[in-house]
Design a binder for this molecule. Structure first.
Ligand SMILES: Cc1ncc(COP(=O)(O)O)c(C=O)c1O
Length: 384
């Protein structure tokens, strides 16, 4: 067996029973996350609403500080959101589409990246899609051609959810800013997968969450707004937690909160805060460089093995170009995913694709076993 830190696998009970390769969708619950959720339940049981003051508000602010550290941002630049969609709705509510109606999204983006702007068509927003020529990447030139002085924003992924390809968001920010447009990055698939400094990237907004590489489970997402961008923003999608002093209970005036806080809505899910902080502490311990190194080695083993078996691979072949999202074309991906499940491998499907995504705690032996289960599932090539 490959030499691994024993504690890595010990944190994830699921690894005793199954090969878990659905980490780019939802990482499994770890022991410390479960303990923290149980602690939340005890506090709730013992103190009811008093726990807000004695525990939960402090946890909420500690989570903001944790997220800021992961991003390389300052806490005032980070809003805590219930999910990425809510964050994008807030951002989409800030633009003057009368002056700049165009919003550029790519056809590889996650649906919510387009929907948040399609939904403000009645305010003048016009969403235009750049189309990936190879269904894997979107060349920068396509964005360069698309962005003009009538463009409010580009909203696109840092890493595409079906291909794992890593986009150069710094170059994209330069393209946008040259024309006075904003860059909004959906980083759900990137943060926690490789080192990234949001301030150095120059992006205006960035959204992500804790379901995936950050190992914190559902119910918590984040919105980064660069300090100057945040202070100028006047979102029309608001909530009482996003104001200057929520506990003044002033119904008659809207005083936006400091920095990115103005993008927050209402009462957060406290259990989710506890789980999220536990996931972030795991990442802290393992270290992002180690995670990236493991991702590259594990996913390359899968890609090379799949290519040897004759699969058509949708993700980039070179690990340096992608996160560990490995996608294989298949005419019946849901059926193939069920067959993999019967063989002890948990993964997922997206239209036309089997999607496998290891995390640092997986082993090379698990990749080899997965390839054995995959081998008989490859569809016979169509006869011309
Ligand atoms: C790139 C990307 N954006 C957004 C989401 C989901 O956003 P939300 O938090 O709104 O469910 C996902 C996956 O669930 C994703 O992969």
């Amino acid at each position: 067996m490959e030499q691994l830190e024993r504690s890595w696998r010990a944190e994830f009970p699921i690894t005793e029973r199954l090969i878990y390769l659905n980490n780019c969708s939802l990482t499994p619950l770890h022991r410390r996350g479960r303990e923290r959720i149980e602690r939340f339940a005890s506090e709730w049981t013992e103190w009811g609403g008093r726990a807000w003051y004695d525990h939960w508000i402090a946890e909420y602010e500690a989570l903001r500080a944790d997220l800021a550290r992961v991003l390389g941002a300052s806490p005032d630049e980070v809003a805590i959101e219930p999910n990425v969609s809510a964050g994008l709705v807030g951002i989409a509510s800030t633009f003057d589409y009368g002056r700049r109606p165009r919003v550029i999204v790519s056809d590889l983006d996650f649906p919510t990246d387009g929907h948040a702007f399609l939904a403000v068509a009645d305010r003048g927003a016009r969403v235009e899609f750049v189309r990936s020529p190879d269904h894997v990447r979107v060349p920068l030139e396509l964005f360069e051609h698309a962005v003009d002085e009538r463009t409010a924003a580009v909203c696109t992924g840092h890493v595409y959810f079906t291909t794992g390809w890593i986009q150069d968001v710094r170059a994209l920010a330069e393209i946008c800013h040259r024309k006075g447009a904003a860059l909004i990055v959906d980083a759900y698939q990137s943060i926690g997968a490789f080192p990234f400094d949001v301030v150095a990237s120059g992006v205006d907004y960035l959204v992500g969450g804790t379901l995936k590489w950050l190992m914190g489970g559902p119910g918590i997402a984040f919105l980064y707004a660069r300090r100057d961008v945040a202070e100028r923003a006047r979102p029309s999608a608001v909530g009482w937690w996003g104001v200057q002093d929520p506990f003044s209970f002033d119904v008659e005036h809207l005083a936006y909160g400091t920095g990115a806080r103005r993008f927050e809505y209402g009462t957060p899910s406290v259990a989710a805060i506890y789980a999220a902080r536990a996931g972030l502490s795991l990442l802290d311990e393992v270290g992002i460089d180690t995670v990236r190194d493991r991702h590259m080695r594990l996913s390359q083993r899968l890609v090379d093995g799949a290519l040897d078996q004759g699969w058509t691979v949708r993700c980039p072949r070179d690990a340096a170009e992608r996160t560990p999202i490995v996608t294989l074309e298949h005419p019946d991906p849901a059926g193939a995913v069920s067959a993999l499940r019967a063989g002890g491998v948990i993964c997922d499907n997206r239209p036309g694709l089997i999607r496998l995504s290891p995390h640092y705690f997986n082993t090379l032996e698990e990749m080899d076993r997965t390839l054995e289960v995959l081998a008989p599932l490859r569809a016979a090539p169509a006869i011309a």
